[in-house]
Ligand binder design. Structure first.
Ligand code: SAM
Length: 373
C-alpha cells in the first residue's frame, strides 16, 4: 500500500465490524502479484469486501458473493462513489436528524420482531425505529446504502448485547434516547468525513459488484472462463457463526436470518451444535470450488487463505483437507505459506490465535482443459 494513503484505506477497510477479515495489504499484494489492470477478480466468500476494495483501488474489475446481507452492505459501501449533490443530501440528512429527532420521535411507529424487548431497551427501540423511518424517506440506492451502513454499525452498541462477540443480554446503564441518537449522529458524521476523502480516490467502482448469493451457485453470475484470479478466505471451520454475529443488524434491516443461517457453511452451529462430521465441510468446499473452476480462465490463479480448526474434538488441518478435497479439480499448487496462530507475528485473526493452529495460504493454477484430463 506504499503509494496510497494507508491511514485512510485502513479507516475505510474497518468502517464496520466484521469477524475474520484478511488484511487489505495482503489482498492488494496478491492481486498485484497475479493480475494486471482491468483483469477480473472474484471472491466467493466476500465477507466485508476486502478483495473488492483492494481490486477497485488497483483498477481491477471484481465481483464477489456472500450469503450474509451485512457483508454485501459493507462491500457496497466500500464501492460507493457519490457526487457533490449526494454528499450534500447526506449532510442535510444528518443535520436535520440532529436538530429535529425529538419531534420525529412522537410520530414514530415502533419497529418490532420476536424477542426485540430482550435485546433492546424501549429508548433504543424508539430511536432506531425513528432512524429507520427517516432512511426510508431517502431515494432508494446509494444514499440509503450509506445510511444503512451507519445504522448497522451502531445496532450492537445500543443493544443490550454484551459485545459483538458475546451473545448475552446485559443491562447497560448508559442507554437513553439522547445517548442512542447521539451515538448515531456521531458515527454518521465520522463515517461521512472519512468517506469524503475516500471518495476522491481514483478507483474502479461501477464495474465492481458484491452479490447476495450462495457461493455454490456462483456459476450463474459470470460467464464460464471469464475470471483471471480468485482470492478468498472460506469460513474457518467451527470457528464462527456469522449469521449470529450480525443477527440483530439483519433483523433491523429487514432480512431473513433463518435463510442466512441455513446457507452459511463451516459454522459453529453445524460443527458444535449439530456435531456434523468434517466431510460435510469438505463437500461444501468442493461444491464452491467446482463452481469457481467453471468461471476461471485456463491458467487462472486461485489463492485460498484458511485457518485450521477443530471438528468433533479433532484437529482439522486446513492445508491437508483443502489439498485432498480439491484433487478432482487438478489444480496445480504454485505457492504456499503459513502463519502460526500462536506466534507474536502478525496473524489475520488476532482472536483466533491458539497453540498448534496455523493459517495457510495456498495458491493454485488451473490447468488448461487438455492438461486436466
Ligand atoms: C472468513 S469470512 C471472509 C472474510 C473476508 N475475506 C474479509 O476480509 O472480510 C467468510 C465468509 O464466508 C461467508 N459464507 C459462508 N457460507 C457461505 C456460502 N455458502 N456462500 C457464500 N458465502 C458464504 C460468511 O458469511 C463470511 O462472510
Amino acid at each position: 500500500m506504499t503509494d496510497f494513503d494507508q491511514d485512510l484505506l485502513r479507516k475505510i477497510d474497518r468502517i464496520h465490524p466484521y469477524p475474520a477479515k484478511f488484511p487489505l495489504d495482503t489482498a492488494m499484494a496478491y492481486i498485484e502479484k497475479y493480475t494486471r489492470e482491468n483483469d477480473l477478480v472474484f471472491d466467493p466468500f466476500l465477507g466485508s469486501g476486502t478483495t473488492l476494495l483492494a481490486a477497485s483501488i488497483l483498477h481491477r474489475r471484481g465481483f464477489g458473493t456472500d450469503v450474509n446481507p451485512i457483508a454485501i452492505l459493507i462491500s457496497e459501501f466500500k464501492l460507493l462513489a457519490l457526487d457533490e449533490g449526494e454528499l450534500c443530501a447526506l449532510n442535510d440528512f444528518i443535520s436535520d436528524f440532529a436538530e429535529n429527532y425529538r419531534n420525529y420521535l412522537s410520530d414514530t411507529n415502533l419497529y418490532s420482531y420476536a424477542s426485540i424487548g430482550h435485546w433492546f431497551c424501549n429508548d433504543s427501540i424508539l430511536v432506531l425505529s425513528c432512524i429507520k423511518e427517516r432512511i426510508a424517506l431517502l431515494p432508494d440506492g446509494k444514499q440509503r446504502t450509506f445510511c444503512n451502513l451507519v445504522l448497522s454499525s451502531v445496532i450492537n452498541i445500543v443493544s443490550n448485547q454484551e459485545s459483538d462477540t458475546r451473545y448475552a443480554a446485559i443491562e447497560k446503564k448508559e442507554l437513553s434516547i439522547r445517548y442512542v441518537a447521539e451515538t448515531f449522529i456521531k458515527k454518521f458524521r465520522h463515517i461521512l468525513s472519512v468517506f469524503i476523502q475516500f471518495n476522491r480516490l481514483d478507483r474502479c467502482t461501477g464495474k465492481n459488484k458484491p452479490l447476495l448469493c450462495d457461493a455454490k451457485e456462483c456459476v450463474k453470475i459470470s460467464a464460464p472462463k471469464s475470471i483471471d484470479f480468485i482470492l478468498t478466505s472460506p469460513p474457518y471451520p467451527n470457528s464462527y457463526d456469522y449469521y449470529l454475529y450480525h443477527k440483530h443488524r439483519m433483523l433491523w434491516l429487514g432480512y431473513d436470518v433463518n435463510s442466512v443461517m441455513a446457507a452459511e457453511i463451516g459454522s459453529r452451529r453445524e460443527f458444535s451444535s449439530l456435531r456434523l462430521p468434517k466431510e460435510k465441510f469438505n463437500s461444501d468446499l468442493l461444491q464452491v470450488f467446482e463452481a469457481c473452476n467453471t468461471l476461471l480462465k485456463e491458467h487462472g490463479k486461485i489463492a485460498i487463505i484458511m485457518g485450521d480448526g477443530k471438528i468433533r474434538g479433532e484437529k482439522y488441518d486446513a492445508k491437508e483437507n483443502l489439498e485432498k478435497t480439491l484433487e478432482p479439480l487438478h489444480w496445480r499448487p504454485i505457492e504456499y505459506s503459513y502463519t502460526n496462530l500462536d506466534d507474536t507475528s502478525r496473524s489475520f485473526q488476532q482472536s483466533y490465535r491458539t497453540k498448534e493452529k496455523r493459517e495457510h495460504v495456498l495458491v493454485f493454477e488451473k490447468e488448461s482443459d487438455d492438461e486436466a484430463i
